[in-house]
Unconditional design. Structure first.
Length: 263
């Protein structure tokens, strides 16, 4: 079981920011990644559709032999993780906007959250604020269109810059000194964001924490891969294979074979 792969999925390519962290922290693990590019973005879709997609993808990853699942998408976690956990008895790790670390890091007492509409409207996000953000002001900013920029490989285009500028400006004007990247696509926009915000504004995401949590869960279950395990990575998309294949050198660091997933 310990040599079995970890299954990871997202609405598209954003979850690769999490996969990068998993590869870095747990280099002995084999990985399976599904990008649901045929249905991206999830951010404006009804929760029931996201639950349905998440169930189908989880079933596919389990059929490929996954020993654990990482829902590398804040929006899918908010909509579907309870449902997945009630159906499957294996470690299932999800994402949530980094509200807790941000409230500890802020000096101005004002924190901004960049995320999808689905995440910001979810009951899970409301509960997160209720639990950790009682003593700070949290300003939320839905970012329609930003996920699509990353999907198109436009990490630094004038259109992406203009959109990001529009979303960040009100948060800075309100005195935010800490910005939460509450969607797994956004870490790929860090270099651009760093140009648009003052140097003392902190940008926080949870990819590293999620990779750490995955390692801890696997260890506790006696399922961590050992040095004897052969390491592999498989990639599937429900969208255009060529398009994902072209993005992989930038988002994953090397070309890979992407397979079609007709789900
Ligand atoms: N990467 C997803 C997330 O973390 C993007 C959601 C979308 O497709 O809108 O929320």
């Amino acid at each position: 079981m310990s040599c079995a792969p970890v299954g990871v999925f997202d609405s598209g390519l954003g979850g690769l920011s999490v996969l990068n962290e998993i590869r870095q922290q747990l280099p002995q693990e084999s990985l399976l990644y599904v990008a649901d590019c045929g249905y991206v973005p999830y951010g404006d879709k009804p929760p029931e559709l996201i639950r349905q997609r998440s169930r189908l993808i989880a079933d596919f990853l389990l059929a490929q032999g996954a020993k654990a699942l990482v829902v590398a998408c804040n929006t899918a976690t908010a909509a579907a993780i309870n449902d997945l956990r009630s159906c499957h008895d294996l470690p299932i790790i999800g994402m949530e906007p980094a509200v807790k670390p941000a409230t500890k890091a802020t000096r101005s007492g004002v924190v901004g959250v960049l995320a999808t509409t689905g995440t910001l409207q979810s009951a899970k996000f409301a509960a997160l604020l209720d639990r950790f953000a009682r003593d700070v002001e949290v300003i939320t900013q839905p970012c329609p269109g930003l996920v699509e920029c990353v999907e198109r490989g436009e990490l630094d285009s004038p259109a992406t810059r203009a959109l990001l500028q529009r979303y960040v400006a009100p948060l800075l004007a309100a005195g935010c000194d800490t910005l939460i990247l509450g969607c797994t696509h956004y870490p790929f926009l860090r270099p651009l964001l760093a140009e648009l915000v003052p140097a003392d504004v902190a940008l926080i995401d949870t990819a590293a924490a999620v990779a750490r949590q995955l390692g801890e869960r696997l260890q506790a279950a006696g399922m961590l891969a050992t040095a004897q395990c052969p390491v592999s990575a498989g990639f599937w998309t429900t969208g255009q294979v060529n398009s994902m294949q072209q993005s992989m050198p930038v988002l994953w660091g090397c070309p890979v074979r992407v397979q079609p997933l007709p789900l």
